[in-house]
Design a protein around this ligand. Structure first.
Ligand code: ATP
Ligand code: MG
Length: 393
């Protein structure tokens, strides 16, 4: 085994005081996600190293591409930290590559190493020129850039680089409760929240028979996409039928959406307390629909003191769609099944709702009782980590 996957943490390195916690969380997440592979993972203060079997490399890369907290990674050759060994290995590696121009970039973290970078680069550069024909050095725009990391005991040589998805490792923050509908926005909101290290549980409101099982399956399938970035997501399904019917019987039609969303927030708060979630996360985007004007958001938000995080609040729809495509939720989201908002949506929902009006209409029904019932009858599906790694490719 002379190659490893060398992982760089990037953003984590700005977290000075918490660094060990972040690195250990990433390490545990990696270990967990790669538990079905024949790998050995080790770490030091700034790097992680994964020993792998060649035949599993592509699948392992696909898993790594779904792990937050990784900034860059490389498939690196490993060699003893010894200048002669490095020289030999370097030629062996470059003989397999096709290039006309190259440069050598050395990083020396082993400060006890006999040579410094100003000495190593020309030394290795001229060694390459001597041993490989028809090539030259180009420090500005080389065909390949050969990176060499000199570390205690082992050094690493690589000519490739893959971008990780960045962010913070999941579990470095507390839990958040994601309002997950079948739309485009909420899966993206969930992804962006997880990217900040938040572990999520998802909540879907359905109104059977006004909404279909196809709509529910769509949300389950979206959750399966999101779970690829973490280990498991509990998807709580709330039976919202009675509440929704009560709203439509007892409210001015223009206020139905506002009151419906206030009920959703109340239930979210109850579920968050039950499952130890500290924030509500949703896919609201400012101005997108009537219930997402600042006035609407304000009136809706009055039912809870819990922070509501809206990761896509300030993004354009096209920006949200780009992310949805990149996380592979878009094609599921655009399937045509109705969710409980669209079924009852009035022609002209109020754009500037008034809190007093909501409160007046809400007094007409014992919503507390209906909310209790809805919370107590939640049905939870545990959506587990993707087991078929080839699906990730
Ligand atoms: P679209 O992507 O078409 O805008 P959406 O799911 O964002 O669909 P909105 O009506 O804009 O639908 O709802 C705003 C947010 O409220 C959603 O992003 C989601 O977080 C939450 N939400 C709406 N309906 C539901 C539902 N049935 N279950 C759970 N959350 C919901
Ligand atoms: Mg939306």
């Amino acid at each position: 085994m002379d190659r490893v996957i060398l992982i760089k943490y990037g953003e984590l390195t700005t977290k000075k005081g918490n660094r060990n916690f972040f690195v250990n969380t990433l390490y545990n997440n990696l270990k967990n996600k790669l538990k079905n592979f024949d790998v050995k993972i080790s770490k030091d203060i700034s790097r992680m190293y994964i020993q792998f079997k060649d035949e599993e490399l592509e699948q392992i890369k696909a898993v790594i591409d779904h792990i937050f907290g990784i900034h860059m990674y490389h498939i690196a050759y490993i060699v003893n930290t010894n200048i002669e060994a490095i020289k030999t290995k370097l030629i062996e590696i470059l003989q397999k590559e096709e290039f006309k121009t190259f440069k050598i970039v050395t990083k020396r973290s082993d400060k006890t190493f006999e040579l410094n970078t100003q000495q190593i680069n020309p030394l290795l550069g001229s060694h390459v020129l001597k041993n490989i024909n028809n090539i030259k050095v180009d420090v500005h725009n080389p065909d390949i850039s050969v990176q060499i990391e000199i570390r205690p005991y082992n050094s690493y040589i690589y000519t490739n680089g893959y971008k990780g998805i960045g962010g913070y490792p999941i579990g470095t923050q507390a839990k958040g409760m994601l309002m997950l509908s079948g739309g485009i926005d909420s899966p993206v909101a969930g992804y962006l929240a997880m990217k900040r290290g938040i572990r999520i549980e998802a909540v879907y409101f359905e109104a059977i028979p006004h909404t279909s099982l196809d709509a529910r399956n769509k949300v389950i399938n979206l959750t399966k996409k999101l779970v690829q970035y973490t280990d498991k997501i509990n998807l709580h399904i709330v039976n919202f039928t009675k509440i929704q019917e009560a709203i439509y019987k007892n409210s001015n039609p223009t206020y139905c959406i506002t009151i419906m969303r206030r009920m959703m927030y109340s239930i979210m708060e109850r579920l968050a307390k039950k499952h130890k979630g500290l924030v509500i996360i949703n896919g609201e985007s400012i101005g997108q629909v009537a219930s997402q004007t600042l006035t609407s958001m304000n009136v809706i938000n009055q039912v809870t003191n819990m922070p509501v995080i809206r990761p896509v609040a300030c993004l354009d729809k096209l920006e949200i769609i780009d992310i949805a495509k990149s996380i592979d939720t878009y094609d599921i989201s655009i399937l045509p099944y109705e969710d409980c908002c669209t079924v009852f949506v009035p022609k002209h929902p109020v754009i500037n709702p008034k809190l007093e009006e909501c409160i007046k209409m809400e007094k007409l029904v014992d919503y507390d009782k209906l909310i209790d019932e809805a919370v107590n009858s939640v049905y939870t599906i545990k959506v587990e980590e993707q087991e078929h790694y080839s699906d990730l490719l």
